[in-house]
Write a protein that binds this ligand. Structure first.
Ligand code: PLP
Length: 709
């Protein structure tokens, strides 16, 4: 069983949101001026940089860096939020007299672009401008230069913020800042402050993490020094505004690393809640004041700063959680059920994306996921899965056959599509026409393909390192070199396949290591001979999970992308939390009373020992439920309860015993894989009853099952 883990990064968003409320309510204000300063003007200043960093991490980190899709989605979402927030706060603008004619178009533009139309909303335009700058810097100039330039922008921002008192001593600097302050009121904005934190988020995604202890000690030490810095600046009244410090980026890097090493799983709900809380809390503050005035409770509810904070925080959290919950519920409602089908498959495409993300994070940054969507994406529906993954930044796909590859191209899936299996030379032109990448099975295959075409075919050469299936032998450097020399083949990569990487047995681990060593030996030899070996890959799902740290360019992920282990006997490593994407469902066609002694189904294989009620289910072996499924103790879920499968599976139907389940009716939904109430049948369980592995079960699910996404 997989365990659900809390996501510390997304969890901290809630804390950061509360920190922003702290800044806007000053809980310690009633008690001590300096404690209030340290809390609101120093410690809680990590909140907004954290939001920028976390977006940088998820949007620009890893694969995202070369793929503008994520940035576009982020921009769209943030712009929508900003639009909604502006509308939401219009009454407040009105009330504060923003529209009384004193402000010109320039003031509105300034507010819109930099300052926020209400003061806390500056964050949203800053996120938009900041991520654009950060993405461009990383893409055009590379990570190091991006760090340097965004660091310089931050230095300029500091000069107009906490260090203004010092910097403005220099007349030229003062003049420059005067000019800047005509454009915006603070240097804390998307142009100067935000880019550094977005870049840092992306940078951390590429780095090996320090140990948790190091990060924690670093966080505390840096926070202490930053407090010293702030108090000194405050003491000499050097701060024009107090949102940035020299130490702040250092604090952030340590803090963020610490959170990542605790757990980097994701939790969407927390994201929604923190964003809602951020946007809404100002209205809550206004509301609390109003109510306090009405009730004559201003002295406690507003002037008592700690109570004020607690009331605002709790209300903001409650409202945000309620809205997020309602929203999630509405979305779930919208999901279509199998409708009127007799039998169907429900696929959670977002689970597949999440699984890809999870696996991607295991691997070194250079190693990208090549999504394996052969056999109709292991039954999940190849076009839908590939298009969804493409939209989420995956840029390499693998299939088994030419036809599968062409189907994806026709569905406008771009970039690399590698055909893992044999293609006949008579079809060489199709490989070229659809710009596919063909696996070279061995030197003979290479020659006949080369002779079959005039235009260059893109290829990856398969190396046999011990599986003895496809591939040119790893030792035969001569023959592999000859393949490189063929004029009509364009070798873009080299790969091999591991055959026992799912096993932890000592001898199997040794064999896998031997295969890996052989592969590197071959690539090195070829490199020394001056060949460009291109993209290198050897891991499949278990290869990636059990041997994540190989310097490959791709990991060919199949089964785990769909959120399941191959079998309960080769479980996933504990650290990998995957979500199954597929459910298999059918309906009860009709119910039958079976008197004791009567038999049911073909071959009279099942005989009722006492009076029984059976349900005839509209799914059979033509849909992928094997004929002997009933003979191994298998069951299905009906009304959240287990109903044992009885008799032999027919081509289009199967029979279950529902004697002990109440209120069963024709038309009821039956779950063969997936969850119903408290009960769940995992794909691994289903495969056990079939006495095979999940890979086979899934890839055999019938074409006539409707896929519902
Ligand atoms: C099917 C296949 C994969 C994917 O394997 P999984 O174990 O499902 O991840 C990878 N490489 C090759 C060559 C394959 O045929």
């Amino acid at each position: 069983m997989l365990q659900h883990k809390t996501a510390s990064i997304d969890g901290f968003r809630i804390i950061a949101m509360l920190m922003v409320i702290v800044i806007h309510t000053g809980p310690l204000h009633s008690f001590s001026e300096s404690a209030d300063f340290v809390l609101t003007r120093v410690l809680c200043r990590v909140a907004v940089p954290f939001f920028f960093m976390v977006s940088g991490y998820f949007v620009l980190g890893g694969e995202g860096q070369r793929h503008p899709t994520r940035v576009k989605r982020y921009l769209k979402k943030t712009a929508l939020c900003y639009g909604a927030a502006i509308l939401l706060y219009l009454p407040l603008n009105w009330y504060m007299g923003d529209f009384n004619g004193q402000k010109g178009a320039w003031d509105f533009l300034k507010a819109f672009l930099f300052n926020g139309t209400v003061y806390h909303l500056w964050y949203l335009p800053a996120a938009i401008i900041g991520i654009i700058i950060a993405a461009l810097l990383i893409q055009k100039a590379g990570m190091t230069t991006a760090l340097i330039i965004s660091g310089m922008l931050y230095a300029v921002a500091l000069g107009g913020d906490s260090y203004y008192g010092l910097v403005s001593q220099i007349p030229a600097a003062q003049a420059a800042y005067d000019a800047l302050f005509r454009i915006f009121d603070y240097t804390r904005n998307g142009l100067l402050m935000a880019p550094l934190f977005f870049v840092l988020g992306a940078w951390i995604a590429q780095k090996p993490l320090p140990r948790l202890r190091t990060s924690l000690v670093g966080t505390v030490a840096a926070l202490i020094v930053m407090t010293g810095e702030a108090l000194t600046l405050h003491r000499f009244s050097l701060q024009r505004h107090d949102s940035m410090y020299v130490l702040l980026p250092i604090v952030m890097v340590f803090l963020f690393s610490a959170l990542l090493s605790v757990n980097n799983a994701q939790n969407r709900r927390y994201r929604t809640v923190s964003l809602l809380g951020y946007i809404l809390h100002l209205w809550v503050i206004v509301g609390v004041r109003r109510v306090a005035e009405r009730l004559g409770l201003v002295d406690i509810l507003v002037r008592q700063s700690l109570v004020h904070f607690l009331v605002v925080a709790v209300l903001s959290l409650m409202i945000s959680f309620c809205i997020a919950w309602l929203y999630a519920k509405m979305r779930r409602k919208e999901k279509p059920e199998g409708g009127k089908c007799r039998a169907w498959i429900e696929v959670d495409l977002d689970a597949i994306v999440k699984n890809v993300d999870t696996l991607r994070r295991l691997l070194p940054n250079k190693n990208e996921v090549m999504a394996v969507i052969k056999a109709n994406a292991y039954g999940h529906g190849d076009v839908a899965v590939a298009q969804h993954l493409y939209a989420h930044g995956v840029r390499a796909f693998a299939v088994a056959t030419l036809d599968e590859a062409i189907a994806l191209r026709k569905a406008r899936v771009k970039d690399v599509i590698l055909i893992l299996g044999y293609t006949a030379p008579s079809q060489a032109d199709l490989i070229v026409r659809y710009d596919l990448v063909q696996t070279i099975c061995d030197a003979d295959h290479a020659r006949i393909l080369n002779d079959a075409t005039e235009k260059p075919i893109r290829t990856h050469i398969k190396i046999d390192t011990g599986m003895h299936r496809l591939g040119q032998s790893w030792e035969d450097i001569e023959s592999i070199s000859d393949i490189f020399e063929l004029p009509n083949l364009r070798v873009e990569g080299l790969f091999s396949h591991l055959c026992v990487c799912d096993s932890q047995k000592t001898s199997d681990v040794a064999f896998t290591q031997l295969q890996i060593d052989r592969f590197w030996h071959t690539t090195k030899q070829l490199g020394q001979k001056g060949f460009d070996t291109g993209k290198l890959h050897i891991q499949s799902s278990y290869g990636a999970a059990c041997y994540p740290n190989l310097p490959c360019d791709y990991a060919r992920i199949g089964i785990m992308m769909y959120g399941v282990a191959s079998s309960p006997h080769s479980p996933l490593p504990d650290s990998i939390d995957l979500k199954p994407a597929l459910s298999l469902k059918a309906r009860i066609a009709c119910l039958r009373q079976i008197p004791a002694g009567e038999t049911v189904g073909y071959g009279r294989a099942c005989c009722a020992s006492k009076d029984a009620i059976v349900a005839i289910i509209s799914i059979g072996y033509a849909d992928g439920v094997p004929r002997n499924y009933g003979s191994t103790g298998a069951y299905v879920l009906v009304r959240g309860e287990r109903a044992p499968v009885v008799g032999r599976i027919c081509m289009d139907q199967l029979i279950v015993d529902v004697s002990t389940i109440e209120d069963v009716a024709a038309g009821d939904i039956v779950t063969l894989i997936g969850r119903d109430g408290q009960e769940e049948i995992r794909c691994e369980d289903f495969a056990e009853y079939c006495e095979t592995i999940t890979n086979e079960v899934l890839s055999r699910l019938g074409r006539r099952l409707k896929r519902v996404y």
